[in-house]
Ligand binder design. Structure first.
Ligand code: CP3
Length: 350
């Protein structure tokens, strides 16, 4: 029997108080993160420094009573391991060397099997972190969704547009599938090593899922995500998986859940989604997570308490809920508002 509250919620156990954590909880809103970050100019080198990454993973847990430690790394470690050039430019975010020809997709295949070696610092981060966690705190590993990771390899600013990637889908469907497939295979190896190193559960961040045209939803989102889940389930049947396909329409969430056949346990909801609708229609089948608007954490402790309470009232009526934001916390968030968020959850009893 586990003492880890987040794992209990994923099993839909009846809990008086739901577990809580925040996406991007290890990040720039923390002065101690900014201080450590200064020591390394390249963000990926920072992620691949196990000692520093482990320290950063633990930083938010020293301040707040979170029930989950999220591994400190990035979804773009996979393109890096596949020997694509990945840079993080100040004020601009990630900039990758874009894929120009199908040969480049073929070359990437040659690097897939090396992932357990090339990304070994990430697995080392997990090993170094676990001894510092108490028996109630779960460690979550993660990777990006294939659509999202590939969109960074195809377009300069996929948060704004995924035009080249969508063009490839129509122009050359077999290369499009091949690219998604390389990322599926890489992600399976990557997640499997994270689990072997000790990750208790896995979250797949498909941040730009909402940019997929309706007709491509099955091949670009559903199939690749389900393929990762099925392969991980075959290797690690007891490790729960949470999907975060951001920006989907309600019909698409419904479809993912209805057709899941138990390949994933949790669904993280963005802040655009109607939580009451999700609880009514999805919570019987999966554990829900989210969906507080990170903008609320930019207001006042009073407003945070009010909005978090409103969310808890809706989400804790049935079992299967993990309290979180609907997207990552933003860098200018005041610490006292994070404290108000966590305190509200910890004081909550349904
Ligand atoms: O605390 C955590 O959640 C764990 C670590 C984590 C990071 N990135 C650290 C990070 C996780 C889970 C991610 C996931 C990630 N990375 C996603 C999916 C989640 C989402 O936000 O939609 C995406 C799309 C990325 C790609 C990425 N990495 C972007 C777009 C950026 C730039 C953001 C910006 O505003 O500059 C990053 C960099 C990044 N990843 C930072 C952190 C803490 C900030 C960079 C820095 O400290 O210099």
């Amino acid at each position: 029997m586990t003492h880890k509250v987040a794992l209990k919620a994923l099993k839909k156990e009846n809990l008086a108080t739901p577990p809580v954590w925040m996406m991007r909880q290890a990040g720039r809103y923390l002065p101690e993160y900014r201080a450590l970050r200064k020591e390394e100019s390249h963000f990926l080198s920072f992620c691949l420094n196990a000692q520093k990454a482990s320290e950063v993973t633990l930083q938010p847990l020293k301040r707040f009573d979170f029930d989950v430690a999220i591994l400190f790394a990035d979804i773009l470690t996979i393109p890096h391991a596949l020997k694509r050039k990945v840079e993080f430019k100040k004020g601009e975010g990630p900039v990758l060397e874009l894929i120009q020809s199908s040969d480049e997709i073929k070359h990437m295949q040659d690097h897939v099997s090396n992932i357990p070696q090339t990304l070994s610092p990430v697995f080392e981060t997990i090993k170094q972190t676990i001894p510092h966690l108490n028996n109630k705190t779960a460690l979550f590993g993660f990777c990006g969704g294939p659509w999202t990771v590939a969109s960074y390899m195809m377009d300069n600013h996929p948060s704004k547009d995924t035009l080249s990637f969508r063009k490839l889908a129509y122009n050359n469907p077999s290369h499009f599938k091949e690219l998604l497939n390389v990322i599926v295979e890489s992600s399976v190896l990557y997640l499997s090593e994270q689990i072997k190193a000790g990750a208790d559960a896995i979250q797949i961040f498909d941040s730009w899922a909402g940019s997929v045209p309706h007709d491509l939803f099955d091949i670009a989102i559903k199939k690749p995500l389900f393929a990762i889940c099925q392969k991980i389930k075959a290797l690690h049947p007891h490790t729960p998986i949470i999907l975060f396909p951001r920006g989907l329409q309600t019909k698409q969430y419904q479809k993912l859940v209805d057709e899941s056949e138990g390949v994933f346990e949790g669904l993280s909801l963005d802040f655009q989604t109607d939580l009451a609708w999700a609880c009514k229609n999805l919570q019987n089948k999966v554990c829900l997570q989210g969906n507080l608007d990170p903008a609320i954490l930019l207001t006042t402790p009073k407003e945070v308490v009010k909005q978090t309470t409103k969310m808890l009232q809706i989400a804790t009526e049935k079992p299967g809920y993990i309290c979180n934001l609907g997207h990552g916390i933003t860098p200018t968030t005041p610490i006292e508002n994070v404290q108000a968020f966590v305190d509200t959850v910890k004081n909550w009893k349904k």
